[in-house]
Design a binder for this molecule. Structure first.
Ligand SMILES: *Cc1c(COP(=O)(O)O)cnc(C)c1O
Length: 403
């Protein structure tokens, strides 16, 4: 066996084994663990209701199905940012609706407002935000446009739990919101998520449908729980260095998947999520400090650009994104960083309009999607989690300068 140097994972939530045990045990013993988690998430997001699901994409699929049932005839489109998680168009397709891409401004990663205003005049039922890297989109402006056109706004905070814009929680704009507890999000139960809702008439329909929703499958839950201790250990750079070399572990791959369970979250995992929600501000403080150090170290490198949040934003940075001048430069930076044992990633490899499974069903309408394509080509994410060793930002700066 060759010597391996430590490798800093791209993202994660640092969990002690004890926290996993205590969180799961409390969830299993407490008959109302999911209701308690729901209440905590309502407070966090200023929502009227929050329902836990087996995954964020399950929550989104469930909500879009209810929306589809109540949509006026012929209205079947859902507007999504042209650069976001592939699970979003997959959920739209599974709900029998049609994803329509809105270009993004690569400087902010938020939707191009002119393009959005044109798209919402079509047969649109909802608009979905992205808030990638915990950086708020221009949510107040999107909310205003959707209200004006009588379209639902679904504020996707899968990566932005705890972030704020203009003093309001991300995930809390518009009528609906989403949190995810997957690997690499702001808190992690390996798999899990929650749907947030505020709007009157929809609330009842969603609540009724949730009543009829199946409980999580016991075997799936056992498989997820079994992965939690290795996940906690693996975020440690020494362990991660060994495991990332194992070919059967496809770490951080982005795939378009349609086949995922649609159930509630198990009580044990709800207990664990609740325990982590209580510690969110602690996780967040570490990530925000690490992100600020990266910004400071990289600000005078002319080939590095930042993703700029709106003026009143409080981002949370489960990863810290930078943009390179070109795809070639981004790829060289990534190789140089990886060689130094730093988990830099190119994030989602393509704009949605270039993902074959999505493009197949998406009306493109002659738009160039220059913003989303440039973003996909040049984005690079850097780690911010609590297992980042001291001095990492300086090492990252050196590795980028060598690229
Ligand atoms: C992760 C993610 C989702 C889906 O959440 P899962 O819990 O992984 O199903 C949706 N939207 C965005 C922006 C995400 O990052």
């Amino acid at each position: 066996m060759t010597w391996t140097m430590p490798y800093v994972a791209p993202a994660g939530t640092r969990l002690a084994l004890r926290d996993i045990g205590v969180g799961l045990a409390r969830g299993w013993m407490d008959g109302s663990a999911d209701a308690n988690l729901g209440q905590a998430l309502c407070r966090l997001s200023d929502s009227a209701q929050a329902w836990p699901f087996v995954s964020g994409r399950a929550a989104m699929t469930f909500a879009l199905r209810v929306i589809a049932q109540h949509a006026g005839s012929g209205r079947n489109q859902v507007v999504v940012p042209a650069y976001t998680c592939y699970s979003v168009p997959a959920a739209i397709e599974r709900a029998g609706l049609v994803p329509v891409a809105c270009d993004i401004d690569p400087r902010s990663a938020s939707m191009d407002m002119e393009h959005l205003v044109r798209l919402v005049t079509g047969p649109v039922v909802a608009v979905i935000s992205a808030n990638l890297f915990g950086i708020p989109n221009r949510l107040d402006e999107i909310e205003e446009v959707t209200r004006r056109h009588g379209v639902l706004f679904f504020d996707d905070a899968a990566q932005a739990m705890g972030a704020r814009l203009a003093g309001r929680p991300v995930g809390g704009f518009g009528e609906l919101g989403l949190y995810s507890f997957d690997k690499g999000k702001n808190i992690s139960t390996m798999q899990g998520g929650a749907l947030l809702a505020r709007n009157g008439p929809l609330l009842e329909a969603l609540g009724d449908a949730y009543e009829r929703l199946a409980d999580s499958n016991a075997r799936d839950t056992a498989a997820t729980v079994a992965k939690l201790p290795p996940y906690a250990v693996l975020l440690n750079p020494w362990a991660y260095a060994i495991v990332r070399r194992l070919p059967m572990i496809r770490l951080g791959e982005t795939r378009y998947e349609m086949d995922y369970p649609l159930t509630r979250l198990s009580r044990g995992l709800a207990g664990l999520a609740h325990r982590q929600v209580g510690r969110l501000s602690g996780y967040q403080a570490v990530r925000v400090v690490n992100a600020a150090a990266l910004r400071r170290e990289l600000q005078d490198i002319s080939s590095v650009h930042f993703v700029e949040p709106p003026a009143s934003a409080e981002p949370v940075f489960p990863r810290f994104p930078i943009r390179a001048d070109s795809r070639g430069m981004r790829d060289r930076m990534m190789v140089s960083l990886n060689r130094q044992g730093i988990g830099a990633t190119g994030f989602y490899p393509q704009a949605l309009v270039d993902v074959p499974e999505v493009a197949r069903r998406m009306p493109v309408g002659g738009h160039s999607f220059a913003g989303a394509r440039e973003f996909a080509d040049t984005i690079l994410t850097l780690p911010t989690h609590a297992h980042c060793p001291p001095g990492l930002a300086t090492r990252i700066r050196e590795a980028i300068r060598l690229a």
